[in-house]
Ligand binder design. Structure first.
Ligand code: NAP
Ligand code: ZN
Length: 352
């Protein structure tokens, strides 16, 4: 065991603050990583404040962070894919059983024994796993990802969650040329969704509640931008979408988006608001529409997504912050004031 620096929250109402945590020594199959950047996902905030108490209660202290990029500093004796100095990433998953039907189908995110990067039972040290708001992390090599060398590292970090979470459902539902695709909410996930939908060749429409984001939405790749609070802007799109990805983190009206789907259209939720959202069955019956969810993506698909980003020069648009500003960043997330992902420069942790 060794001591690592981190930022943790001591309770649902506590701000994040400097802390020291235990990390395991590298086992034979582990990779130890010096963390250079970590993205700030809205899931970090939901978890720090115990908003998912019904499904995944938070164990305190919690160290959030699952959009990790860094440099390998040491490897276990049986590690074959990585060596010290390599640039790597770690996303939302750090372990699974490798044998269940989900793992065998390359969907480790649905493994019943899956271990998330933070707030999951830690098999090695007991307690729960600690995430990327830290100077280092130790992860089994099968959950470590090689990151494209040609991309800006601060902007690569958010690909590990926001990237794969939007890439995976778009691939699953066949987003591509000739498809009309909506992205609801222009935050961390939403802005990656826009970039991917555009790169896949779809006609892309952004739905936002923030009139100040219209110009950015177009710059990011949207063909059209709709103010979702204006019924006159919503009405002309009724019955016209093949696929809509909903990334909203708070309470909102799903039926308004089901009404915009065409025959056999699909609305996929990746946003995970605290409270359940009512759905009208009529909004689904007429047009044989479907409502789905999607959870991050498996390791193989995350590798595919990173390769795609390397080839197409895709990264997140980030605002780089020192770790000392993370509480302020959370408040800005709550005000939808994010352009379009905070990426923590982990060098700032050295002064703590
Ligand atoms: P974010 O950066 O805060 O973006 C959320 C966006 O939703 C906001 O920028 C805003 O966009 C819109 N929004 C916020 N409040 C709203 C409201 N009351 N009504 C309508 N729109 C509202 O968050 P994120 O990091 O992208 O995460 C989004 C959600 O996805 C969170 O719930 C997160 O936990 C979840 N998530 C799920 C997965 C998964 O695997 N399924 C993975 C990661 C995150 P506009 O300003 O454009 O309206
Ligand atoms: Zn996330």
């Amino acid at each position: 065991m060794y001591k690592a620096k981190a930022y943790s929250a001591a309770g649902a109402a506590s701000p994040l603050a400097s802390d020291t945590i235990d990390r395991r020594e590298t086992t034979e199959t582990d990779v130890r990583i010096e963390i250079l950047f970590c993205g700030v996902c809205h899931s970090d905030l939901h978890t720090a404040r115990n908003e998912w108490v019904e499904f995944m209660p938070t164990v305190y202290p919690v160290v959030p962070g699952h959009e990790i990029v860094g440099k390998v500093t040491s490897v276990g004796s049986k590690v074959t894919q990585y060596k010290p100095g390599d640039l790597v990433g770690v996303g939302c998953l750090v372990d699974s059983d490798h044998t269940c039907p989900s793992c065998r189908a390359d969907m480790e995110q649905f493994c019943p024994e899956g271990v998330f990067t933070y707030n999951s039972p830690d098999k090695h040290l007991g307690g729960v796993t600690f995430g990327g708001y830290s100077d280092s992390i130790v992860v089994d090599e099968s959950f470590v990802l090689r990151v494209p060398e040609n991309l800006d590292l601060a902007g690569v970090a958010p690909l590990l969650c926001a990237g794969i979470t939007t890439y995976s459902p778009m691939r699953h539902w066949g987003v591509g040329e000739g498809k009309k695709v909506g992205v609801v909410g222009l935050g961390g996930l939403g802005h990656m969704g826009v970039k991917f939908a555009r790169a896949f060749g779809a006609h892309v429409v952004v739905f936002t509640t923030s009139p100040g984001k219209v110009e950015d939405a177009r710059r990011l790749g949207a063909h059209e931008v709709v103010n979702s609070r204006n019924a006159d802007e919503m009405a002309p799109h009724a019955g016209s979408f093949d696929f809509i990805l909903d990334t909203v983190s708070a309470d909102h009206d799903l039926n308004a988006y089901l009404n915009l789907l065409g025959l056999d259209g699909n609305l996929t939720l990746v946003g995970a608001p605290e409270k359940p959202l009512p759905v009208s069955s009529y909004a689904l019956l007429f047009g044989r529409k479907s409502l789905s969810g999607s959870l991050i993506g498996g390791i193989a698909e995350t590798r595919e997504m990173l390769d795609f980003c390397g080839k197409h020069g895709i990264t997140a648009d980030v605002e780089i912050i020192p770790i000392q500003q993370v509480n302020e960043a959370y408040e800005r997330l709550l005000r939808s004031d994010v352009k379009y992902r905070f990426s923590i420069d982990m060098a700032s942790l050295k002064s703590e």
